[in-house]
Design a protein around this ligand. Structure first.
Ligand SMILES: Cc1ncc(COP(=O)(O)O)c(C=O)c1O
Length: 388
């Protein structure tokens, strides 16, 4: 493992062999000659403090059934105040196994029946979880030629006027890369309030807001507590998705009671190791997170330079948060540039079709890797698309 020194705890790049062992989906399911830049996992060693908390617990035999003892919620309250500008009571969280499980729980037991709105392109499981709960999905596609990746409030208003009851909001947005401004979110709130609708806000990428943008938690806006539920997790910011601990956040007593009264069998997929990781990350992870954000900021600049130099017809949406860049490669004339990149360049990107079915020429590039690998990723992509 090679360390890159910055202030606080450094980000340590995994070697290829270490990454293959650690990240069995991202690295283990592609051929050995393929560079993986697809699923949202980072090629970095865990924050050693988080890793130690988990290994200490395993060593002590802590592999039994978990309990939601309030520790995740209490730790998140401190984290949200320090990082997200969000002041919350300590007991505002209900632990769930993962974010999509939390969205499903909220749809099943909290949301009113009726169609659910989702902005496309979207994190693909958003498309599946809505019909899984027996609801109609209303897609609001972003115009790929629009200058800014912005939510169209008139369209949202029309969707609610036509009968939609819930907005599944992604803030910051994967894969748009947007951190919605307070004014944009206030606009959403006003539309939703006018129709008596509800919002499920996935804010998993909030801690990955990069320099230049300011994150606003949807529920930090006045007048949202009774119509919104937030779902979040340390899994993206701290790379611990496999430990299974996410949480729903609400400041409404009524909503919390509703979510807590479900039978255990409805919500028992979280793990004691995930809880230990979450509490430790939220309480002691600040120095590592600072190093991570610094690294991702550098990687974002590097990607921009590489694209300018090697793929000048690429159009990259500004990456305000996340480590997932949404790139318009229509200038190179391929319906699915990710498929071409895999076949000819041996690099695995996210296919645009997965995020926006039917949208040609787009791909998502995961930049959470070493600078050398990012150079190789873009070099291979450019060779695949341009033959040079
Ligand atoms: C917007 C969004 N929500 C949810 C998830 C899944 O989160 P997890 O499975 O770690 O709970 C992801 C993963 O990439 C994501 O990008």
């Amino acid at each position: 493992m090679m360390g890159v020194v910055s202030e606080g705890r450094p980000i340590v790049d995994l070697t290829d062999d270490e990454a293959r062992r650690a990240l069995v989906l991202k690295w283990g399911t592609v051929d050995p000659d393929v560079l993986p830049a697809w699923v949202a996992e980072m090629d970095y060693a865990l924050d050693p403090v988080v890793a130690a908390a988990v290994t200490d617990l395993v060593t002590a035999g802590g592999a039994g059934y978990p309990t939601d003892d309030g520790s995740v919620g209490a730790a998140y309250t401190g984290f949200a105040a320090r990082h997200l500008g969000w002041q919350l009571p300590a007991d505002s969280s209900v632990v769930v196994g993962d974010v999509i499980g939390g969205i499903r729980l909220a749809l099943d037991v909290w949301a009113e029946p009726g169609p659910v709105v989702v902005h496309a392109p979207a994190y693909p499981p958003f498309f599946d979880v809505i019909p899984l709960t027996g609801r109609e999905r209303v897609d609001l596609p972003l115009d790929p030629d629009a200058d800014a990746a912005a939510m169209d409030l008139d369209e949202l208003d029309q969707a609610f006027a036509a009968g939609a009851r819930v907005l599944l909001l992604c803030n910051p947005h994967n894969p748009w890369g947007r951190v919605f401004t307070r004014a944009e979110l206030e606009g959403v709130r006003d539309v939703v309030t006018a129709h008596g609708g509800q919002v499920i806000a996935d804010e998993i990428h909030g801690p990955l807001t990069l320099p230049g943008a300011t994150f606003t938690a949807y529920q930090s806006l006045a007048g949202t507590a009774e119509h919104a539920v937030t779902v979040t997790s340390p899994s993206k910011a701290f790379n611990v998705a496999g430990l299974h601990c996410a949480h729903l956040v609400s400041t409404s007593e009524r909503t919390l009671a509703r979510l807590r009264e479900v039978p255990l069998v409805r919500n028992h997929a979280y793990s004691p190791l995930g809880i230990a990781a979450a509490v430790t990350a939220y309480t002691h992870g600040d120095p590592w997170l600072a190093s991570l954000v610094e690294r991702l900021d550098q990687q974002r600049s590097l990607l921009r330079e590489l694209l300018d130099e090697r793929l000048p017809k690429a159009r990259m949406r500004p990456l305000e948060a996340t480590f997932l860049a949404w790139v318009d490669l229509r200038g190179y004339g391929y319906d699915d540039p990710a498929a071409v990149a895999l076949e000819r360049g041996r690099v695995m990107l996210g296919s645009g079709h997965d995020y926006h079915p039917g949208l040609a020429g787009h791909a998502r590039i995961n930049i959470a890797t070493s600078p050398d690998r990012l150079i190789a990723i873009v070099t291979r992509l450019a060779a695949a698309l341009t033959g040079r």
